[in-house]
Design a protein around this ligand. Structure first.
Ligand code: MSP
Length: 504
């Protein structure tokens, strides 16, 4: 059986969840849901990144231990994902003992292989990023490029990962795995970093206590990336359950934002090679979601919480917009107007309207019993093409295209109804033929759209009288034309997606 292991970055607990985090998480969720439909054994991981100076300082400021503070803040992510119907199989926190064990195991392997050495580090450090910058990366030579505030000069003895040794192995890896990073532009960016020369990087700190101790030198704790990235291994049993680990790794798929491309596409594969492990199967890199042309940040006060939008658009409306309107790859400017347009266009006027129209006419012309579709329906080839195109797009981690393809079937079905106007016909075989086709299209769309709009798909499924749930179906069989059996009670109900009038 095929296996699909998909991950989001683990989010810093210091930040409150915003629509940028939600964007990544919803993509990963839709991917996981699609693969469950395919019958793949699926494991979907998200979680929180809790160690480091920022959390330590924030906790101190509140008179709490870092763990107590992280317990509070990690909960905000759990709550946000529960609200967005995120179907993660595990939620990892880097403060958990299982993660400490995995980090130490990986460190020890890399150390034993001779790729970690002692050195002195002096550098320009942004506390907010928890990262060092080279002077040419800074704004005006002194400000962090992300936070636009001064960096600190930090000097200490600590452990270094010998990344410089991995230029050739990484270039070979990329050459042998052309699909390692998508899209192509981001792959080229990663290759650019590698070709530009790699510097060893510091992986420990003596100045911090909130972290995983270096196994052979407990006076230091592991520093950010050697801790955080390992979460992808921890959750599948690395160092604890070899069989389980081997069943999921390296067939793993990381979804990340472009801000952490270098860590996932350069550091991470090198760290794994250094430990004698294979790099993950692929990394999908999306752009930033901008608000008013700028990256969301606490300091700019331009963060939008998912809950603010869910209130107006509903969970499915929220999910659909980000999946459909923000293609994976380029940056996308968040636009409320576009969100309203998409909601009204695709969800209210197309999918929702199709369902209510069909239910109404079945009620009036067929006594509320849904007829079976025609084997030679003009919609049959449309459905087949929609499925093929959607499956290809999901396979390429392109939800926007997958939904576009799925909605072609919705639009063609509405067009068939408009062309034949069954509401004007007398009851009989002709009406039944068109409505049977429309019900069958609705059945297929409910399955194909369920990774994006799980609740509405389920409700549509129920209203056309089908037992179970679209999420329990198996593709490709469930997309084959002719699955709607007919003879089922079709019920009307409140609009699935009430039309929105944009608020001023
Ligand atoms: N903790 C690290 C990641 C460690 S992964 C081993 C981190 N955390 S973060 O909280 O800053 O989250 C970064 C991720 O959040 C981005 O890679 C991206 O997936 C998502 N986003 C945060 N802001 C975003 C936007 N404005 N737009 C799109 N996604 C963004 O980095």
């Amino acid at each position: 059986m095929a296996r699909f292991y998909v991950t989001t970055p683990i989010y810093y607990v210091n930040d409150a969840p915003h629509i940028g985090h939600a964007y990544t998480t919803v993509i990963a969720d839709a991917m996981a849901r699609w693969h469950r439909l395919l019958g793949d054994e699926t494991f979907f991981l998200t979680g929180t990144d809790e160690h480091g100076l920022k959390v330590q300082r924030a906790a101190e400021a509140r008179g709490m231990t870092p763990k107590e503070w992280a317990d509070v803040t990690a909960e905000r992510f759990r709550d946000a994902w529960a609200q967005l119907a995120i179907s993660n199989d595990d939620f990892i926190r880097t403060s958990e003992p299982r993660h400490h064990r995995a980090v130490q195991e990986l460190l020890q392997r890399v150390y034993d292989n001779g790729h970690i050495e002692l050195g002195t580090y002096e550098g320009l450090y942004c506390v907010a990023c928890e990262a060092y910058y080279t002077p040419d990366e800074l704004i005006d030579g002194e400000l962090c490029p992300i936070h636009e505030r001064p960096v600190e000069r930090v000097k200490e003895d600590n452990w270094f990962f010998k990344l410089s040794r991995f230029q050739e192995p990484l270039l070979d890896w990329y050459a042998e795995h052309p699909g390692f990073v998508r899209p192509e532009t981001k792959r080229n960016e990663a290759l650019g970093f590698i070709r530009g020369g790699l510097e060893d990087f510091s992986i420990s700190r003596s100045s911090i206590t909130w972290g995983v101790p270096i196994p052979w030198d407990p006076s230091q704790v592991t520093y950010v990336w050697f801790d955080a990235l390992v979460n992808y291994l921890t959750a599948i049993g690395f160092g604890e359950d070899d069989e389980r680990f081997a069943s999921w790794w390296p067939a793993s798929h990381h979804i990340i934002g472009k801000d952490i491309l270098r860590f996932h596409c350069v550091y991470w594969p090198a760290m794994l090679l250094a430990a004698g492990l294979e790099p993950p199967q692929d990394v999908t890199v999306h752009g930033f979601l901008l608000v008013g042309g700028e990256k969301m940040s606490k300091t700019r006060l331009n963060q939008i919480a998912p809950a603010d939008l869910v209130e107006e658009f509903g969970v499915d409306g929220f999910r659909y917009h980000f999946l459909r309107d923000v293609p994976v790859g380029p940056d996308g400017d968040f636009s409320y107007e576009r969100m309203v347009d998409r909601y009204n266009g695709d969800l209210a006027n197309n999918f929702g309207n199709l369902l209510s129209r069909v239910a109404t006419v079945v009620g009036k012309k067929c006594g509320g019993t849904g007829p079976a579709p025609r084997a030679d329906s003009p919609l049959a080839p449309v459905a087949a093409e929609a499925y093929e195109a959607a499956a290809r797009a999901w396979d390429e981690f392109a939800p926007s295209q997958a939904l576009e393809a799925t909605w072609r079937l919705v639009r063609e079905t509405n067009a068939l109804l408009e062309a034949t106007e069954p509401w004007k016909m007398d009851p009989g075989p002709e009406v039944e033929a068109v409505l049977g086709d429309a019900l069958e299209a609705l059945r297929i769309v409910s399955v194909l759209a369920s990774p994006a709009i799980p609740a509405a798909s389920e409700e549509a499924w129920r209203r056309i009288g089908l037992p179970g749930s679209p999420s329990d179906q198996r593709l490709p069989a469930a997309a084959a034309w002719g699955g709607y059996p007919g003879g089922l009670p079709v019920t009307k109900g409140a609009p699935l997606f009430p039309r929105l009038t944009p608020s001023a």
